[in-house]
Design a protein around this ligand. Sequence first.
Ligand code: KG4
Ligand code: ZN
Length: 311
Amino acid sequence: MVILSIESSHDDTAISILNKLEVIHNFKISQAELFANYGGTIPELASREHVDNFYFLIEEIKKHFDISKIDVVAYTSHPGLLGPLHIGFLVASAISISLKKKLIPINHLEGHIFSPFLHYEKEKEKEIKYPFLSLVVSGGHSQIYLFKSKNNYKILGTTLDDALGEAFDKVARILDLGFPGGPIIDKIFNNYNSNEILKLTEPKTQNELDFSFSGYKTQVINLKNKGINEEKIAFSFQKQTIDYVIGKFKKAINKYHPKSIILAGGVSANSYLRKEFLKLSNNALIPAQEFSTDNAAMIAARAYILLSNKS
Ligand code: KG4
Ligand code: ZN
């Protein structure tokens, strides 16, 4: 089964071609550089960029692949920014109508969750074992999922305020470090060569599997106003927010005893989170760095899993 997939939920314009779970082509144009000038994404501007970028990417795909071989077209239907999602839907519809192939809407977060099952380069096939628990941490979401089968899942916990990636981005802005904040703070964390850490207070939530990050942000503002070194603040923030989500996820593991665990969403690119997550279980799966942040391959992977006999 050859799947062409489209992703445009936020500021990445992406198209992939997969044969089952094998990535044949994976194209992406990021708008991050453009929005770095504004300190955040402007939906109207992102929509216009998507139109130009999709035109370019479709021309590129046609140079590399005979699109008449496509069996199915998949696209991100939600959640995300409405304008950018709409552009993706229109592009995917046009391709599916012109090729007379089925059009499949895909939930962006389900795409992230199945991203570790993408086969790429020499990576071996990974087995999907249910029930699994997934920690999804992105720019828009922070959630813990329990998947009993490919179609049967529930959300056990969610953020009550900011998403983790959003908190990274906001903290980087408060500290004048740039945008997007996640990779910048991660780099500072890895270059930090001191044992000094600023103790931050962990937020409390009524449901022990829910998250809250806005208190961390307030503490960062107070430390910055006291004139404390930015790198020390950034290091302390990354260490303690990641320890916090790992602690929450451990509680879910102890309660639900999953057969495997999956890390997903843009923040799964974080080096410290990846390391700590892999320590949690022998059956811990994380996406390749390339498929951690938004991409179209994960959308095709989810479509394939839904359409195939793979349980
Ligand atoms: O999944 P994603 O690409 O887009 C959304 O669906 O939101 O996630 C983007 C988020 C941004 O907030 C970005 O700062 C964060 O992922 N991110 C990271 C890292 N790389 C990207 N956060 C922490 N450490 C990273 N290395
Ligand atoms: Zn995402």
